[in-house]
Design a protein around this ligand. Structure first.
Ligand code: COA
Length: 157
């Protein structure tokens, strides 16, 4: 049993290491929006195409996709505003979840914002998506004692 678990862990590690992580390019847009839809991240008040166009104008190198062969199976959209790093659109295709891919995407995003001097990463989880909280705790995030505010400057609906 011990050996079977070790073999599974080894296979998983090899599988994860094969994931190629690179910056988003415009031709990825359709596949990325499909991935976000499959992962339940697309909501009426955030137009994913507009979100991508905005990101391409600001730190586009921090918008990463994870590829298995030619297929995009993961994304993370990171940013650094000079005070805090931010994470959005972390997604792993449902067929590939629980294999360590999100952790790898987050490690890469963290390395990138750290490289530009970011001292702390913040992120928001929708209250309807409480399941993801355990994931963030597992990779070292703590719940901050804050109330999150937002003010919409440009409607997407
Ligand atoms: C959240 C999400 C990105 C996690 O991706 P993932 O690739 O499955 O995560 P990992 O395999 O790297 O998880 C690492 C560890 O985190 C924990 N974890 C991950 N998902 C979890 C869950 N749903 N519940 C409890 N723990 C979880 C586990 O400890 C896991 O290790 P294990 O599988 O060996 O037990 C993925 O579930 C997803 O795309 N969800 C839909 C989109 C979404 O909600 N994005 C976040 C927006 S804030």
């Amino acid at each position: 049993m011990q050996q079977r678990t070790a073999a599974r862990d080894r296979n998983l590690r090899e599988y994860i290491m094969k994931l190629k992580i690179r910056p988003f390019v415009p031709s990825d847009e359709k596949a990325v929006v499909q991935l976000w839809t499959d992962c339940g991240l697309v909501v009426p008040w955030n137009n994913p195409h507009r979100d991508i166009q905005r990101k391409l104008k600001v730190q586009s190198d921090l918008f990463l996709v994870g590829c298995s062969g030619d297929r995009i199976i993961a994304t993370v959209m990171a940013g650094y505003d000079g005070h805090r790093g931010w994470i959005n659109y972390l997604a792993v295709h449902p067929q590939h979840q629980r294999t360590g891919i999100a952790k790898r995407m987050m490690d890469q995003a963290e390395a990138k914002v750290r490289a530009v001097g970011c001292p702390k990463i913040n992120l928001q989880v929708r209250s309807t998506n409480a399941g993801v909280i355990e994931f963030y705790k597992t990779i070292g995030f703590k719940i901050d004692d804050v109330v999150s505010f937002g003010k919409r400057l440009e409607p997407d609906e």
